[in-house]
Design a protein around this ligand. Structure first.
Ligand SMILES: [Fe+2]
Length: 416
């Protein structure tokens, strides 16, 4: 369980956590969160198709993007569906961050074609779009009407997931993030019934992922595990999941970035991302995600990339409040030993995140970031964190601005 911060005490805790947030933490700690049946290993996407035929579905909507469809990553699933007598409709119009108009086209397609389940094949955006399509159809509500917690009365249409990246963990989470492009905002829809019924972790679909995507999505998973482990809503079970994920990511992320065709390492990364998803769907995330969401909304910086760049900076800020927890992460990551002092181990963990970023080609700055936008971005990030996340140490917008200045490209940093 979470230990008390060593430097900041209850005063800072209460600044960071409103009464409503504390109440939400109590609820989220006991609320049953369903977990999907997991099929794991090469060929598991085909086995998912066979299972769907057994479940009696007649026509499923496959929600994906043009890249996945172009590579034919859904073909094993489709062959199994056809062999089992299940028709499919391919909806491959989801782009990055799942903009609302695309999700609405998916809802319309599902209704028009008379589908009876959604199968997401792709990264976070198709998976999140599929969840919102399933909930919107069942509740006869538009996506915007579902934004927030438990806004749909009815359970979504059946949802199945085949992640093609190892990062988002969306195949096991209660949330879906879609985007309002006009407002430059990301919107979160959360409901325990958004967890897919079944998910296939098929490493054979991941061997062709470009290195940058492998790196960024892997660091997204590390951020999920780390933020879930450091926040106030961590439970014994979320800790087990988070620590397992951290160990597996440190053991395999460099390998898959060097050799994307290593099936065993790909499978370990897929499992790690799923474990990290299980950890954060219970224990939530923190400031790294709060800031990354602003960079994604404003500049479309890939989510995992923004998280990777921000993670060491946020950890340095949090460190005085979570030194012992960072020490546990260092040992699990294999960058320090049990006999070392906690402050030493905490520093080693943060340094190891920086080294991991360097080794897998993550830059140190956010190329799109503009100095003049920083005050608003910081304000919005702090608001998001203060109202949603059980952060272990309160961050003022001014401190957040300082972190954003650290990730400004150098010439702009001098001007800004
Ligand atoms: Fe994330």
């Amino acid at each position: 369980m979470i230990e008390m911060p060593e430097i900041v005490g209850d005063a800072v805790r209460s600044l960071g956590l409103s009464t409503a947030m504390r109440a939400a933490g109590v609820v989220t700690g006991v609320l049953p969160i369903p977990q999907p049946v997991l099929l794991v290993g090469p060929g598991s996407s085909r086995r998912l198709g066979e299972a769907l035929a057994g479940f009696g579905h007649r026509r499923v909507l496959i929600v994906t993007d043009k890249v996945v469809a172009g590579l034919g990553l859904h073909q094993g699933l489709v062959r199994a569906l056809s062999a089992g007598g299940v028709e499919h409709v391919l909806f491959d119009q989801v782009s990055a961050d799942a903009p609302i108009p695309e999700v609405e086209r998916g809802i319309e397609t599902y209704r028009r074609k008379g589908c009876d389940a959604v199968v997401a094949v792709g990264g976070g955006s198709p998976m999140d779009a599929a969840k919102v399509i399933a909930s919107s159809v069942a509740n006869r509500k538009r996506p915007r009407q579902l934004v927030g917690y438990f806004r749909g009365l009815r359970a979504p249409e059946p949802i199945y997931a085949v992640p093609t990246t190892a990062g988002t963990g969306s195949e096991v989470t209660v949330a879906a993030v879609i985007s309002d492009l006009e407002a430059g905002k990301k919107l979160v829809i959360a409901d325990t019934r958004l967890v897919p019924q079944m998910a296939a972790l098929d490493p054979a679909l991941m061997t062709g992922l470009p290195r940058e995507v492998t790196a960024a999505t892997g660091m997204d998973a590390l951020t999920h595990a780390t933020e879930a482990f450091l926040g106030h809503w961590a439970t014994a079970q979320s800790d087990r999941m988070a620590l397992a994920a951290v160990g597996m990511i440190y053991g395999n992320l460099r390998t898959v970035c060097r050799n994307g065709r290593n099936l065993a390492a790909r499978e370990q990364m897929a499992l790690a991302a799923t474990y990290a998803g299980m950890a954060f769907t219970r224990a939530n995330v923190g400031y790294v995600h709060a800031i990354a969401h602003q960079l994604g909304g404003r500049y479309h910086v890939p989510h995992g990339l923004a998280n990777a760049i921000l993670l060491p900076h946020v950890l340095k800020f949090l460190s005085p409040a979570v030194t012992k927890r960072l020490a546990v992460l260092a040992v699990r990551a294999g960058v320090g030993g049990d006999g070392e002092r906690a402050p030493t181990l905490a520093k080693k963990f943060i340094a190891s995140v920086e080294a991991l970023n360097r080794d897998i080609g993550i830059p140190g700055t956010v190329a799109a970031l503009r100095a003049e936008d920083i005050p608003q971005l910081a304000k919005d990030a702090c608001w998001e964190a203060d109202t949603n996340y059980p952060v272990p140490r309160y961050m003022s917008p001014r401190t957040c601005e300082g972190i954003l200045r650290k990730v400004l490209p150098a010439p702009r940093r001098r001007r800004g």
